[in-house]
Every structure is written in C-alpha cells, then in structure tokens.
Design a protein. Structure first.
Length: 134
C-alpha cells in the first residue's frame, strides 16, 4: 500500500481473525485442512482482501488447498458478512505465502552449514595439536 490506511489495516486484522476462526471451526472442506492465514491486505477502497496463507506439504497439497479456498470463498465471505458490521464485505483473493517455507529451508541450510563447519574445525584441531607438540 503506498499510503498508510488505518481503517484498511483494522479491517485486514479483523478479516484475518475471523477467517482463521471460520476455517478452523466451520469449513468442512478436507482440502483446506491445516491452512494458516499469515496476513491479509485490504485495498484502500475495501473491495478486495488478499488473504495470504501457508501450509506444510508438497506442491500437490498446496494446489489442492488453493482450489479448496477458491471454492469456499463465497461461503467464507458470507460468514464474514454475518460477523462484520460493515455495509459490504471485501471479495476474498487467496494467495499462497511461500515465505514461511523459504525461511524454514534457509534455516535448514544454515544449520547444515554450521554443523559442517563444526565438523571441519573438529577435524583440524587434532592436526594442529600434533604440529605444536613436535
């Protein structure tokens, strides 16, 4: 968003809270399963809400969840309309958020590099001791 829109941010936070609850308690589509809503961005005119989500699984599982969320968008919007005190509820657009997955992958790479470095230094220490004692 090019400018700070406090009302849009408040709406986005409320959409995120309510969607999390509706998906967890009321949505019966098994494709959606363990989806986590990571963020919501509402356009300044409040007509569109981009809902960012993540889940653990392979690419096929992610595609299934995307289809399930797209299919349930009308139901979810209706549920939001019952819970909100707004004249109109924004359209929902679901976007997969790969940042959690990328962060996890980077963390694994860092852990592997640190472990490799520790093994490398452990292998060098005995060699250094031998040289000093000669």
């Amino acid at each position: 968003m090019p400018k700070d829109y406090p009302r849009s941010r408040r709406i986005a936070e409320q959409v995120q809270r309510e969607l999390t609850e509706v998906i967890r308690l009321e949505l019966k589509d098994p494709r959606v399963g363990f989806v986590t809503i990571t963020d919501v961005e509402v356009t300044p005119d409040h007509k569109l809400a981009r809902v960012f989500y993540t889940l653990l699984g392979d690419e096929g599982r992610i595609e299934e969840a995307a289809r399930g969320l797209a299919h349930a968008a009308g139901f979810l919007r209706t549920q939001l309309a019952h819970r909100f005190e707004m004249r109109s509820v924004p359209q929902l657009e679901f976007v997969y958020d790969a940042s959690v997955e990328r962060g996890s992958r980077l963390s694994q790479l860092i852990d592997a590099a640190v472990a490799d470095d520790a093994r490398h230094h452990a292998a060098l220490k005995p060699a250094r001791r031998r040289k000093r004692s000669s």
